[in-house]
Ligand binder design. Structure first.
Ligand code: G3P
Ligand code: CA
Length: 228
């Protein structure tokens, strides 16, 4: 990963409903280098690509994602037409045409995500560079690292860069994923000097993109990957 990475947030969320196959296809069509997505577990243990804890905001249903089965979740639609995808469905769509930033929304997803990454590497010829696993839940990241230290980790933070840097060193992370509002040229360099990629989120306006790029970050996570 040497070049500047254009990463589409929740798929190309600026153009299509977030975390849908339509949004991930749009990201590929816009030549994004990768897609960021969020995962939760369904009640029956499937990895579902969805941001919120409940389906209330995004679908015509109600309830906690982790209280509903795969078939129940599939029966509720986003914008009246799109199913909530499983992580397998998104990976099969992207099919190595870009890297996948899997954000673990809770600790319970850790083991299944590790197993799924290993399965795609062994069975479908993907490699570790295709994946980066991030989370605000650092216990979840620790679990991933403990299960398979080859999996690339991105440490998410929205408040304390120094703590994130210390944790990243501790688990030999690949990247730090900070809220872009925390950044300046000096702290970006400090993280890069320690060997980490700096991949901030969620940078959307042209003015913000220009400013954050001037700090020489390694990539940006944006709802509008084509603006990057
Ligand atoms: O991965 C960065 C960003 O996606 C974290 O915030 O709320 O959009 O998942 P959120
Ligand atoms: Ca996310």
């Amino acid at each position: 990963m040497n070049t500047f990475l254009k990463i589409a947030h929740r798929g190309a969320k600026g153009y299509e409903p977030e975390n849908t196959l339509k949004a991930f296809q749009k990201a590929l069509d816009l030549n994004a280098d990768g897609v960021e997505l969020d995962v939760h577990l369904s009640a029956d243990g499937h990895l579902m690509v969805f941001h919120d804890e409940t389906i209330d905001r995004m679908t015509n249903g109600k309830g906690l994602v982790n209280a509903l089965s795969l078939s129940e979740l599939k029966s509720f639609l986003i914008d009246g037409q799109y199913e909530i995808p499983t992580l397998n469905e998104v990976l099969d769509l992207v099919n190595k045409k870009g890297m996948i930033n899997i954000e673990l929304k809770n600790f319970e997803t850790s083991e299944k995500v590790v197993a799924l990454i290993e399965d795609y590497i062994v069975e479908k010829n993907w490699n570790y560079e295709h994946f980066i696993v991030s989370s605000f839940d650092w216990n979840a990241l620790q679990k991933v690292h403990d299960l398979n230290s080859k999996i690339q980790i991105g440490v998410l933070t929205e408040d304390d860069l120094d703590l994130a840097l210390a944790f990243a060193e501790n688990i030999q992370a690949k990247a730090i994923h900070p809220d872009y509002l925390l950044l300046n040229s000096e702290n970006v360099k400090k993280m890069q000097d320690k060997g980490f990629l700096v991949l901030p989120w969620t940078v959307n306006t042209e003015e913000e993109i220009r400013k954050i790029k001037s700090y020489n970050v390694d990539g940006i996570i944006s709802d509008f990957p084509d603006k990057l």
